[in-house]
Design a protein around this ligand. Structure first.
Ligand code: SAM
Ligand code: SF4
Length: 330
């Protein structure tokens, strides 16, 4: 079957699937303190519906699936979905992004179901600062979750993701960089994007990857850049002595749209071709009205042909996406 290619010649290889819009954290850069209005149970795609779409996508060459949310680990029976997706022909790479707070209990069943890679969000190694940014006193639980995940060598790499916010993250960088040196985790810094539900983002709040690198290099000397896949969102570096890997995901200061190979599926079955899409493509309705695989394929091809060339965060007149990060699935 012909691959899924957009109007700019980019082949779609990766889908990020949000399994729930709910979350047990309230990170300041993502959700309001009071939470959001959650989707109803019937509005959310069932495991069978998700697996059907992944099957159709895999036949179109999409071989990388990442589960996310909201907080994906609060979706009941998540390992069952992981088992269904890992058994889907064509799915080569199955990963999960989580805040890690329930990982302690779930790492084993997820690995047994076929999970291959893991990203855990962690913005600070200081209890007070962690609680300040996530609005939850849960650092110890996240660290326990990471320790548990580490016990399964099948689950690699383990990446630790920190959203870099100016005025907050500078002081957290040294300890996070040390974490990359003493643990088998790739520690990655992600520039803060205008996807916070509070709509408080301002360009001055972005602590760039370049600024963080300078903080680390001031104490550790020059970092050595490593090769990265063409479609990678991160620039990879290691410390000069070889111990520890860091990543910088710089969507604001160094946009990587030209090599973007991703699409996203929200928990309520809307396809988004960009984090910053203003338009969504409803897949739930046709799924529930009995669309054939051929009809779903046609719809997917049509949507992908309309994939945005690039985000416009840095352009004058930038218009925010219609939903925030936890509702889209980052
Ligand atoms: N709850 C899970 C977690 O936090 O890992 C998965 C969903 S969360 C929306 C996915 C990723 O988006 C996390 O790494 C989170 O830090 C990141 N994120 C959330 N809001 C963001 C923002 N405004 N800018 C950049 N990254 C953001
Ligand atoms: Fe929840 Fe993840 Fe958003 Fe934090 S970043 S509020 S953990 S969805």
């Amino acid at each position: 079957m012909d691959p899924l290619v957009d109007a700019w010649g980019r082949e779609i290889k990766s889908v990020r699937i949000s399994v729930t819009d709910k979350c047990n954290f309230r990170c300041t850069y993502c959700m309001p303190a009071e939470g959001l209005e959650w989707l109803g149970r019937d509005e959310i795609l069932s495991f069978e519906e998700i697996a059907r779409l992944v099957g159709v996508l895999a036949r179109l060459g999409v071989d990388e699936v990442r589960l996310t949310g909201g907080e994906p680990l609060i979706r009941r029976d998540l390992p069952t979905l992981v088992g269904m997706l890992s058994a889907t022909a064509g799915v080569r790479d199955l990963s999960l992004t989580t805040n890690g707070v329930l990982l302690d209990r779930l790492a084993r069943p997820l690995v047994e179901a076929g999970l291959q890679r893991l990203n855990v969000s962690l913005d600070s190694l200081n209890h007070v600062r962690f609680a300040e940014i996530t609005r939850r006193d849960a650092l110890d639980a996240v660290l326990r979750g990471l320790e548990e995940a580490e016990r399964y060598p099948e689950l690699r790499p383990i990446k630790v993701n920190c959203v870099a916010v100016k005025g907050f993250t500078e002081t957290e960088v040294p300890a996070l960089a040390e974490l990359a040196r003493r643990k088998p985790y790739v520690v990655r810094f992600i520039e803060f994007m205008p996807l916070d539900a509070d709509q408080a983002w301002h360009e001055d709040d972005v602590l760039t990857g370049g600024e963080i690198r300078a903080i680390i290099e001031a104490s550790h000397g020059p970092l050595v850049e490593l090769p990265a896949k063409a479609s990678s969102t991160a620039r990879r570096f290691r410390f000069a002595d070889g111990a520890g890997e860091l990543g910088f995901v710089n969507p604001v200061s160094e946009p990587f749209c030209s090599s973007c190979d991703r699409i996203r599926l929200t928990a309520d079955g809307q396809l988004r071709t960009c984090l910053f899409s203003r338009r969504e493509w409803d897949l739930k309705k046709p799924l529930r009205e009995g669309a054939s695989d051929a009809e779903l394929t046609q719809l997917l091809r049509f949507a992908v042909r309309h994939k945005e060339l690039k985000h416009r965060i840095n352009d004058p007149g930038f218009v925010r996406a219609s939903r925030s990060m936890s509702q889209i699935g980052g």
